[in-house]
Design a protein around this ligand. Structure first.
Ligand code: NAD
Length: 253
């Protein structure tokens, strides 16, 4: 990868752990000023400390992406502090309840998952796009293999991630002639807190999950971060509306 992000501003939602934290650190290592957004202050400050200890520039904003006022305030703070927005990684998400049959799936959990993974993404995009248009920037949305296939990880999670793919594709077309590229990443199972909660409580489930990846292993957060950075960089200048699998061969068409 050749592009530098010096002078650019990046926003990472859910930058408080896992893939978001790793990507925030990677953006900063390439010279970007990074705004880390999330609900958990202590974890957000941890990401900022990691970046600053590496000589980078970062700022934490406490924001819940499912709350319209908080997303509006987040973008106002990004632009107020750094003067604009060049790259947005809409990563915040929750898993809901995996392995629950649809007929037993709680309505409340459905609302939470859709509210964060899909409405939260819509709200983030809505408030980011005017600024990305101004700077002819790039956006990457967090989908999943669950946005490309069916499975047993819970109805709401699949529905939300299929929605992420849909809004990414439609927005990419809407904004292509405005100079904003909009893509998504679709990771397989990546070793993070979420995967630990969802899959690593039972060794039999862990083994089954691993076996779904032809490479025979789980992914690492840095492998997703590399894909996000490429999609935000000038190295992918003719790529928009693409959903990039980062999944060890989980979904090979
Ligand atoms: P994670 O739980 O470590 O990270 C998710 C982050 O999002 C957390 O820091 C959490 O606090 C934050 N978050 C949750 N709800 C939020 C809200 N309403 N507002 C702001 N922040 C919120 O897990 P992760 O694996 O790093 O997940 C990151 C993203 O990657 C999620 O969207 C997830 O669906 C997606 N994903 C994960 C995997 C995997 O196997 N780990 C695979 C595919 C996709």
């Amino acid at each position: 990868m050749s592009s530098s992000f010096h002078g650019k501003v990046a926003l990472v939602t859910g930058g408080t752990s896992g893939i978001g934290r790793e990507t925030a650190v990677a953006f900063a290592a390439r010279g970007a000023k990074v705004v880390v957004a999330g609900r958990r202050e202590d974890e957000g400050f941890k990401t900022v400390d990691l970046i600053r200890s590496g000589g980078g520039e970062a700022h934490f904003v406490k924001a819940d992406v499912s709350q319209p006022d908080q997303v509006a305030a987040l973008l106002a703070e990004v632009v107020g502090r750094y003067g604009g927005l060049d790259m947005a990684f809409n990563n915040a998400g929750i898993e809901g309840t995996p392995f629950i049959p649809l007929e037993n799936y709680a309505e409340e959990t459905w609302d939470q998952v859709i509210g964060i993974n899909l409405k939260g993404l819509f709200l983030s995009m809505k408030h980011e796009l005017p600024h990305l248009v101004k700077n002819r920037g790039a956006m990457v949305n967090m989908a999943s293999v669950a946005g490309l296939t069916g499975g047993r990880l819970g109805a709401a999670y699949y529905a939300s991630k299929h929605g992420v793919v849909g809004i990414t594709r439609s927005a990419a077309i809407e904004y292509a002639d405005k100079g904003v590229r909009i893509n998504a990443v679709a990771p397989g199972v990546i070793s993070t807190d979420m995967a630990t909660r969802a899959f690593f409580q039972d060794p039999a489930v862990t083994a089954r999950i691993k076996s779904l990846h032809p490479m025979g292993r789980l992914g690492m957060p840095g492998e997703v971060a590399n894909a996000v950075l490429w999609l935000c960089s000038g190295d992918s200048s003719f790529t928009t509306g693409h959903v990039l699998s980062v999944d060890g061969g989980f979904v090979v068409p």
